[in-house]
Design a protein around this ligand. Structure first.
Ligand SMILES: O=C(O)CCC(=O)C(=O)O
Ligand SMILES: [Fe+2]
Length: 333
């Protein structure tokens, strides 16, 4: 099934799949998430590009080690995140999510089509050109802005390094995706998302369809997720036909390791060669750590005006803005 707007067609089969995968499914013991060593990037770029390509055309998920982001700077952003989410609701409510803009704070407001109920989380999103009025009061959280902005920049830099490898393999110029994610432009729309998954009080009885994050694919090009050791729950529906067989594998957080996945936008941009993969965050099980879970995601999402078309021209060209509109309409229309 497709939905047509002019000559642009977006396949809805993925979405239909997404609607059908809200259940528990079967769970696998071991994740087969490739781990890629980013050290000596400039010297080893061709080898790294081969490994990234292999991972992204197969599983669609991979992890990076020796990625060059200092743990102290990641920790500083996590501290800023915990300080923000620890504030009173009345404080956080001064910075409400701007509808459809990926900027600001929301509390249990995101409903995934796969499950139909809101994720049990709150989030604060930062999209650079859309931050007017959204920076938390510096008198109260003086470190928030510098520490969070720093991670936004470092994550973007690393994301562009990864995307330059995909550009190379796709036959684009190496800085092709960097130009498409230009942070100097007013239509820059890559997003840093601070996430706080709510603790589960002891003895709480939760509905069976409760998820910290219901199953979904991401809309962007490349997502990078910072997680904390001991705060697991991310699961991936990996491998060919995995969604139909509904087998889910855990992605265990480990210090120093960064988890990445391909999003729908890059899947289209690669003529479907790079795989956008379903994932979700499950609730803690009885006996597991049930406190707050913090994570931080950076979404490399092409500037609104960037034109998306793969080298093989499988799909008509479409701007990132129009692509997102179609993708959102398909979800919420
Ligand atoms: O928190 C995580 O580990 C994953 C978050 C995620 O999938 C998302 O925000 O799109
Ligand atoms: Fe996601």
């Amino acid at each position: 099934m497709t939905t047509e707007t002019g000559s642009n067609a977006v396949s809805l089969s993925e979405l239909e799949l997404e609607r059908s995968i809200g259940g528990m499914g079967e769970e696998l013991g071991d994740a087969v998430i490739p781990l890629i060593d980013m050290s000596d990037f400039d010297q080893r770029k061709l080898e790294i590009a081969d490994q990234l390509w292999e991972a992204a055309t197969g599983v669609g998920f991979f992890q990076l080690e020796n990625h060059g982001l200092p743990q102290s700077e990641i920790d500083a952003a996590f501290d800023a995140s915990a300080d923000f989410f620890g504030q009173a609701e009345s404080f956080k409510a001064r910075y409400p999510l701007k509808e459809g803009q990926n900027a600001g704070w929301e509390y249990q407001a995101q409903v995934r089509p796969s499950v139909g109920v809101a994720d049990r989380k709150e989030s604060y999103q930062l999209t650079l050109p859309r931050m007017d009025g959204l920076w938390p009061d510096e008198e109260i959280l003086p470190r928030f802005r510098p520490d969070v902005l720093n991670l936004e920049y470092k994550a973007w830099e690393l994301g562009m390094r990864v995307l330059s490898c995909f550009a190379l393999k796709l036959g684009f110029e190496e800085d092709f995706f960097t130009r498409a994610h230009d942070r100097e432009q007013a239509d820059y729309q890559s997003t840093l998302r601070l996430l706080h998954y709510l603790p589960v009080p002891e003895g709480a009885s939760l509905p069976a369809n409760a998820w910290r994050a219901g199953a979904h694919t991401d809309f962007d090009c490349l997502t990078m997720v910072f997680q904390k050791t001991g705060q697991g729950g991310l699961q991936v529906c990996a491998g060919k036909d995995a969604a139909r067989s509904q087998s889910w594998a855990p992605v265990e957080p480990r210090d120093g390791i960064l988890t990445c996945n391909i999003g729908d936008m890059l899947m289209r941009w690669s003529d479907d060669r790079l795989k956008s993969t379903l994932h979700r965050v499950r609730m803690p099980r009885p006996g597991e750590y049930a406190g707050s879970r913090y994570s931080i995601a950076f979404f490399c999402q092409a500037n609104s005006g960037a034109v998306i078309q793969g080298p093989q021209k499988v799909y008509e060209p479409i701007t990132a803005a129009d692509y997102l509109r179609l993708r959102l309409q398909a979800n919420f229309g």
